[in-house]
Design a binder for this molecule. Sequence first.
Ligand SMILES: NC(=O)c1ccc[n+]([C@@H]2O[C@H](COP(=O)([O-])OP(=O)(O)OC[C@H]3O[C@@H](n4cnc5c(N)ncnc54)[C@H](O)[C@@H]3O)[C@@H](O)[C@H]2O)c1
Length: 267
Amino acid sequence: MKRVEGKVALITGGASGIGLSAATLLAKEGAKVVIADFNIEGAKEHAAALVKEGYEASAVFLDAGNAKSVEEAVDFTVEQYGTITVLFNNVGLTNIHKDLDVVNIDLDEWDRLVNVNLKSVLLGSRYAIPHMQKAGGGSIINTASMAAFASDQIRTAYGATKAGVVNMTKYIATQYGKDKIRCNSIAPGLILTPAAKNNMPDDLLDIYTKYHALPYHGEADDIGYAVVYLASDESKFMTGQTLQIEGGHYIANPTIEDQNAWAASQK
Ligand SMILES: NC(=O)c1ccc[n+]([C@@H]2O[C@H](COP(=O)([O-])OP(=O)(O)OC[C@H]3O[C@@H](n4cnc5c(N)ncnc54)[C@H](O)[C@@H]3O)[C@@H](O)[C@H]2O)c1
């Protein structure tokens, strides 16, 4: 038996990066997957490629911050496969030219990110939960970010909305746990997806890697495999949690380099 055999999964932002990895791995582990994305051409192409390989997959257009569009994507999933038992609320973004520090942030960008990064989690869950209740349970997985826990000079709205995702995860887990609906988040550190590559030049990426405990970058599958675990019954006693998958970037005392320099200067 495969790890998520018989489950029906809707993956938002599934046409690229982390969402595409999760959709692919879930399909290979036996789930029926719906790839929902703004980029419908990309979603269709990836679903067709999975079908060609013998897996069950479909595509649907999604505008993740729009209630009607999210409801339609959930309805499509249920029409296609009879239910929905896994929801991966994965869409999230920022624009580093507009999402600035508190004084200078573009207020329209703030509103857009609250909608796309945070309200999208509420919307997906709101429309999927009644189907999960009917099915006797389900698993909701949200993509947060380490930006929920560690601040930055810019990306104020991104960090604030991702912190909201971490907390909403606990609310969903609390409110629907008795219906056997679990809700967990994943907080990725830097993962080399198209979004990260577009937002960050190579020399900036290298600065990040220098501070990882591990000597390499994170990749989309490092998150995709965690999604399979959280979607599967292997994690059946886990809810309301946030898995931090970040190469050990945030585990060390940040003064270590200065302390080492100080110790060397004492010799
Ligand atoms: N890549 C990283 O380093 C990193 C780190 C922490 C958290 N994250 C989070 O991971 C998630 C996925 O990021 P990624 O790096 O895989 O990005 P990506 O750009 O590779 O993929 C995002 C997908 O979402 C789709 N999308 C964007 N806006 C949408 C909308 N409004 N409605 C529907 N679809 C939409 C895009 O078309 C794209 O296919 C995001 O929530 C992001 O904040 C990423």
